[in-house]
Design a protein around this ligand. Sequence first.
Ligand code: EVA
Length: 605
Amino acid sequence: MLEYSMLYPKSTVTRRVFSMDGMWKFHIDRQGDGEKEGYPNKIPGFDYIPVPASFQDFYTQKEIREFAGDVWYEKEIFVPKEWKGKNLFLRFGAATHRAAVYVNGKKIMEHEGGFLPFLADVTEAVLYNAVNKVVVKVNNELTVTNIPCGETITLPDGTKMNKPYFDFFNYSGLQRSVSFLAVPKEYIFDFDLDYELAGEDAKIHYDIQTTGEHHVRLLLLDEEGKQAAQAEGKSGIMEVKNARLWQVRQAYLYRLIIRIYDGETILDEYVQEIGIRTIKVEGTSILLNGKPIYLRGFGKHEDSDIVGRGFNIGVMKRDFELMKWIGANSFRTAHYPYSEEIYQMADREGFLVIDEVAAVGLFESLMNFMEANTGKKTAFFEKETTPLLLKAHKRAIEELITRDKNHPCVIAWSLLNEPDTSSEAAVPYFKEVFELAHRLDKQKRPKTFALIMNSVPGVCKCYQFSDIIALNRYYGWYVKGGYEISEAEVLFRKEMDAWKALDLKKPFLFTEYGADTLGMEHKLPSVMWSQEYQDEYLKMTNEVFDSYDFIKGEQIWNFADFQTTEGILRVNGNKKGVFTRQRQPKDAAYLLRERWKKLPLDFKG
Ligand code: EVA
């Protein structure tokens, strides 16, 4: 169990949340000696930047954009005296990739992992009815002992530089909201829900964890605010008559109110919207509420102009509108857990989410999507440091599942993206990771990982761990692109025939396929990178998808163009977007819309 509660911050009759978003004082620690220089008490200078945001794209200097090391943030907060006697927490939606938190000069905690929330307990450190100083040191260096993986090199002139083993820009900083919470001494710490459907009715199996022994009561309200069910005690079953189910693109959300009582006094209250639904895999089918579904949608990124990977509420709204327009019903949170607000929106809009932990780059190469095809092996899981990586990875899985388990939108966990599965050493690693996820999830959702191009029958040692076989495939792009596309199709079908021959009795899903396309480029006849070629590529790929019954979904790479490390394969970023980075459609968007609007939800049963 985690040492702090991951519940999303909400004000209720017993809780108070104060947003710390806005301008923070900011300083880049070029010497890396901030502690020695007294930064925990006060950071130097008067530069201010917004939170939440990545720090990289505001500035005009390349050495800031590429900076690898420590950056410092500072903000003052007034703590009212009425909050005495409460637990006071600072909550960081994320700090990429690791952070140390100081209050009034005193170190409170450290956290590693750049895409999940953490809480600093500042109850003892604050001064009441006074201004308090919050200082946060954020470090963005990449290592092979933390996820996502990469390395930090030193250039001949002494400058440090990040070398990701992954294909997205190493945006960092305080990229998500920061809040200050006042929570009662005895409080609701966590809860787990699971659903069982019985005819018209539903049973909600629940477990509530609190920090004390007082009595717990639950109340379930429907969308009109009418009582739909109630229950007493920390664990049990709540019966919902004539339950309205959470369905794909037709969400129904109940409001669950959890309270701790001392007699008739409410000690703590937490409120969350929940959706009643079941999810499971049976044979080659993915079943939502017992009925087969076919996924259509995207691998995405949190990425936009100016704020980088910072949570951007406007971009989130636009993305959902575009996904609805194009007829998508799902997305994968490639390659890290997204901001919590995105899952809340997916809950409300009825989108299916494959929730991915930041285990990307477990294949030692910047261009792994290219090199996997060459037969390159990197023995990634045979490193001396692998046990440390495994520890960080498991911790991130625990944080992810604890954070996201009660979202109806989350239908599967993706535990790795494109690891090197060619050596036996990967097997015990996978075993630990998959077993942990299974144990932590009361709903026992399907678990998967995205297979890199060379993870094929005969080579991949780990696909058996997956409940859904998720393939990242680029036949017609990295393999035999352009006029060779007919050969790409032959090779693609050959691989799919090999999977078919294994008769795994599991659903297959394409978690990636795509072709880089410049939003302004037209060419008749087509060439690679033109809009015409993206369409040709999609026609070929779709035909292959439709030839195999066990393929139960397609999530194209990528929803939108996104920023990457600069290099000869990337033109100011990755251009595989169906939409541009500014969220306007390429030609392929119309082709996909045509297809997806017609595909029934239960396509291929
Ligand atoms: C690509 N291919 O080459 C993508 C990457 C992605 O951006 C992959 O999983 O295999 C990766 O991150 O465009």
